[in-house]
Ligand binder design. Structure first.
Ligand SMILES: Cc1cc2nc3c(=O)[nH]c(=O)nc-3n(C[C@H](O)[C@H](O)[C@H](O)COP(=O)(O)OP(=O)(O)OC[C@H]3O[C@@H](n4cnc5c(N)ncnc54)[C@H](O)[C@@H]3O)c2cc1C
Ligand code: FES
Length: 345
C-alpha cells in the first residue's frame, strides 16, 4: 500500500490527500480542487508550484521546464511531482476560481466503437465509456496505453452534451508508442480501454462579446469541433470563424460536416486552407490565410490548437493584427516529456 500524505494548497479551503506515487495535480483535480495546468506531461510549466513546506520527488520533470535553480528555490511541477512528506504548496499561477465550472478528474473504462481512417495518417476513434464523462468543450483526456503504465493526451471532439461517446482524432506518429504501436496497430473495434479525464484549461464555455477565430492544424481540429458545436448550440459568440490547415486535400476531414453547419448558422464561417496543393479553396499556410482575411483582429478572440510551431505562428499573426494577448487561447500538441528529451538530444 502506498503511503499517503496531506497536502495544503494555499488559497484552497480544504487539504487534499496525495499518495506517494500520485502527482499533486492528479490528487487535486480528483478532489475537485482546480489547479492551473495544460499538458500534464511536464512540457509546459503551467502547473508550477512553490513548495513552502515539506519534500517532493520531481520524477521525470525535465530540466527545460524546471531548471536546477528552480528546484533549489523550491519550485516543482504539479503534474510530475509526488510527495515524500506532508506538504504546503502555493500554485504559481494562482489557485483562484477562473470563473469556469470544472469537473473532477476520474478514471473511466470504455469500448472502442469506431476506428476509421478519415484523412492521411489520421483516424477517428470513438470510445463508449461505461459511465458518463462531464467536461468542458476544448478539454482532453489521457488514453492509457495497454501494457505500459503511461497515458497519452487526446482532445475530445464531441460536444459536452455527448457524455458517453467520446470522439478523438488521432494523427500517426511514426515510431510512437500510442499511435504506431496501438491506435494504428493492434487496436480494434470492441477493444476495452482505460482513460482518465477531463484535463486541461483550453475551453470556450462562457458567453463572450468578442467574435472568435478558431485555428486548427491537422488533428488540432479535434477540440475546435467540440467548441464549435457547443458555441453554436449555446449561442456563445456573436461570430465564429473556423480555419483548418493542412498541406493537401487528403489532410482535411469533416469538411461536409462543417460546411453543413455553416449553411445552418449564418454566424459560423468555415475556411479550410491547403499549403501544398492547388484547389478551389483557400491557399497558403493557414495563419497567412487568416492574415489575408482580417485587416484587424482588434476586439476579437482566438482559440488555437495543433503543433507548437503552428500555434506560435498563429499567435504572432494575430498580434500583428492587434488581437489582445489575453484573448488568445492555445492548446499545443507537444510530445511527452521523456520522448521530447530523446528527440532533442
Ligand atoms: C494537451 C494535448 C492534447 C493532444 N491532443 C491530441 C489529439 O487530439 N490528436 C493527436 O493526434 N495528438 C494529440 N496530442 C499528441 C499526443 O498526445 C501524442 O503526443 C502523440 O499522439 C504521439 O504519441 P505516441 O505515443 O504515438 O508517440 P511517442 O511514443 O510519445 O513518440 C513521440 C515521438 O518521439 C519519438 N521518440 C520516441 N522515443 C524516442 C527515442 N527513444 N529516441 C528518439 N525518438 C523517440 C517518436 O518516434 C515520435 O516521433 C496531444 C498532446 C497534448 C499535450
Ligand atoms: S501541466 Fe505540468 S508541465 Fe504542463
Amino acid at each position: 500500500m502506498a503511503n499517503k500524505y496531506t497536502v495544503r494548497i494555499q488559497g484552497k479551503n480544504s487539504d487534499i490527500t496525495v499518495a506517494e506515487d500520485q502527482s499533486i495535480l492528479d490528487a487535486a483535480l480528483r478532489a475537485n480542487e482546480w489547479l492551473p495546468h495544460s499538458c500534464t506531461q511536464g512540457t509546459c510549466g503551467t502547473c508550477k508550484l512553490k513548495v513552502q513546506c515539506g519534500e517532493v520527488r520531481h520524477n521525470e520533470s525535465p530540466e527545460y521546464t524546471l531548471t536546477t535553480d528552480e528546484r533549489a528555490e523550491g519550485l516543482a511541477l504539479g503534474c510530475m511531482a509526488t510527495p515524500c512528506s506532508d506538504l504546503t504548496v502555493e500554485p504559481i499561477g494562482g489557485a483562484g476560481d477562473d470563473g469556469v465550472p470544472h469537473f473532477p478528474l476520474r478514471d473511466y473504462e470504455g469500448t472502442v466503437t469506431v476506428l476509421e481512417d478519415i484523412a492521411a495518417n489520421t483516424r477517428r476513434l470513438v470510445v463508449e465509456v461505461d459511465t458518463p464523462m462531464l467536461f468542458n468543450a476544448g478539454q482532453y483526456v489521457e488514453l492509457i496505453v495497454p501494457g505500459h503504465n503511461v497515458g497519452r493526451q487526446y482532445s475530445l471532439a464531441n460536444p459536452p452534451t455527448e457524455t458517453r461517446n467520446l470522439e478523438f482524432h488521432v494523427k500517426l506518429t511514426t515510431g510512437g508508442l500510442a499511435t504506431d504501436g496501438w491506435i494504428f496497430g493492434p487496436m480494434q473495434v470492441g477493444d476495452r480501454i482505460s482513460l482518465r479525464g477531463p484535463l486541461g484549461q483550453f475551453n470556450l464555455v462562457k458567453q463572450q462579446d468578442e467574435a472568435a477565430i478558431l485555428i486548427g492544424g491537422g488533428t488540432g481540429l479535434a477540440p475546435l469541433k467540440s467548441i464549435v458545436q457547443h458555441a453554436l448550440a449555446e449561442r456563445l459568440v456573436p461570430e465564429l470563424y473556423l480555419y483548418h490547415g493542412g498541406r493537401r486535400q487528403e489532410d482535411l476531414y469533416d469538411v461536409d460536416f462543417f460546411r453543413d453547419l455553416a449553411q445552418e448558422h449564418e454566424h459560423f464561417h468555415y475556411r479550410p486552407a491547403l499549403s501544398e496543393e492547388q484547389w478551389d479553396g483557400a491557399m497558403g499556410m493557414v495563419t497567412d490565410v487568416v492574415l489575408d482575411d482580417f485587416s484587424s483582429c482588434k476586439g476579437m478572440s482566438a482559440y488555437l490548437c495543433g503543433p507548437p510551431a503552428m500555434v506560435e505562428a498563429a499567435v504572432k499573426a494575430l498580434k500583428r493584427r492587434r488581437m489582445a494577448p489575453r484573448l488568445i487561447f492555445r492548446e499545443e500538441f507537444t510530445i511527452a516529456a521523456p520522448n521530447l528529451a530523446a528527440v532533442v538530444q
